[in-house]
Design a protein around this ligand. Structure first.
Ligand SMILES: [Zn+2]
Ligand SMILES: [Zn+2]
Length: 345
């Protein structure tokens, strides 16, 4: 089969590799769509302890089951499935507690397990038993189904830092994830939604999403603006959806007393030491949390929200490339000119 193989840092090569053979408790899926995630780009340039080249990345995917081992009861050939990233091991203390994205082994498709920038992806026993793989109804395209993964991650984030009816919400970072947060926060009943973004062209692109205030932080003082928009008090929920240490510092400043601040966007390894004024956290009694990835139940809920027409994920797709042009797909995603970029094998 053809696959985009990460052969080393900055080396993504489309080549022929053996099609995986499936055992009795495994499943083979023919990939129809796999979106490029920010974490894929990070791994292309900086690697990851969870992935050893040569490796196949890709964890926001969907396809059709073409083979199921004889012991597999959950799936059969012909099933259309969405596939997420984080795979609970099913056995550690966190998986037992139902927070498999905090699994101590931390398996994921497109990391330790080969991913979906390939014609076929094998789902091993752990993925089949515990992983984020869910059936997709016929009326949902597989390209939309691929976006159940990032949508699931947004659902996890908003579960940890919940938006209540009428809340003022700030989202820092208007990438595809930030824009998904706008959509969901609106549906959760947010009052005023303020989106903060450094680059003007990216901010302009965000205007078609249902936020109320669009702040270009390279042109105006975003903290002052958030205060001005919230009676001088700050916002109830602030979510950083970008890999920026400054965004985290600003988020604390933008918080109203008893607000939730969620550091959703991870930082590059060498930039994760951040100086915060913790007296603000102390005196305003802030709830500062993080969130990353999601659990299979969030992935299932995301599939349902897409299937039921609650969230239109088509609007988050800006580019499509065939597998042969996977390196170009990565470049397009990195360019930040668009939203999610789909690779279709
Ligand atoms: Zn992702
Ligand atoms: Zn586990």
């Amino acid at each position: 089969m053809k696959a985009a193989v990460l052969e080393g840092l900055n080396e993504l090569v489309v080549k022929e590799v053996p099609t995986p053979a499936v055992e009795d408790d495994e499943v083979l899926v023919k990939v129809a769509a796999c979106a490029v995630c920010g974490s894929d780009i990070r791994m292309l340039h900086h690697g990851s302890p969870r992935l050893t080249p040569p490796a196949i990345m890709g964890h926001e995917a969907a396809g059709v089951v073409v083979e199921a081992g004889k012991h597999v009861t959950k799936f059969k050939p012909g099933d259309r499935v969405a596939m997420g990233g984080d795979v609970p091991c099913g056995e550690c203390v966190f998986c037992e507690a139902g927070i498999g994205n905090n699994c101590q082994i931390n398996y994921a498709l497109g990391y330790q397990f080969p991913g979906s920038f390939a014609e076929y992806v094998k789902l091993n026993r752990t993925v089949v038993n515990y992983g984020p793989v869910h059936k997709v109804p016929d009326h949902v395209s597989l390209e939309e189904a691929a976006l159940a993964e990032p949508l699931g991650c947004v659902l996890n984030a908003l579960e940890l830092s919940p938006v209540k009816f009428g809340d003022a919400v700030v989202i820092i970072g208007a990438g595809p994830i930030g824009l998904m947060i706008i959509e969901i926060a609106r549906k959760m009943g947010a009052g005023k939604i303020i989106v903060v973004q450094r680059s003007r062209p990216r901010l302009e692109m965000a205007r078609k999403f249902p936020a109320d205030v669009f702040v270009c932080s390279s042109e105006e003082d975003a903290i002052a603006r958030v205060k001005a928009e919230t009676h001088g008090l700050g916002a109830d929920v602030i979510i950083t959806a970008c890999p920026s240490p400054d965004a985290q510092v600003d988020a604390i400043q933008m918080a109203k007393n008893r607000a939730w601040v969620n550091f959703f966007g991870g930082l590059p390894k060498d930039k994760s030491q951040v100086t915060l004024d913790t007296n603000i956290i102390h005196y305003r009694e802030l709830f500062v949390c993080g969130s990353h990835g999601c659990m299979p139940r969030h992935h299932q809920k995301a599939v349902d929200l897409i299937a039921d027409g609650v969230i239109d994920v088509k609007q988050f797709i800006s580019h499509r490339f065939p597998l042969d042009r996977a390196p170009e797909a990565f470049a397009a995603a990195e360019d930040r000119a668009g939203l999610r970029v789909i690779v279709a094998p």
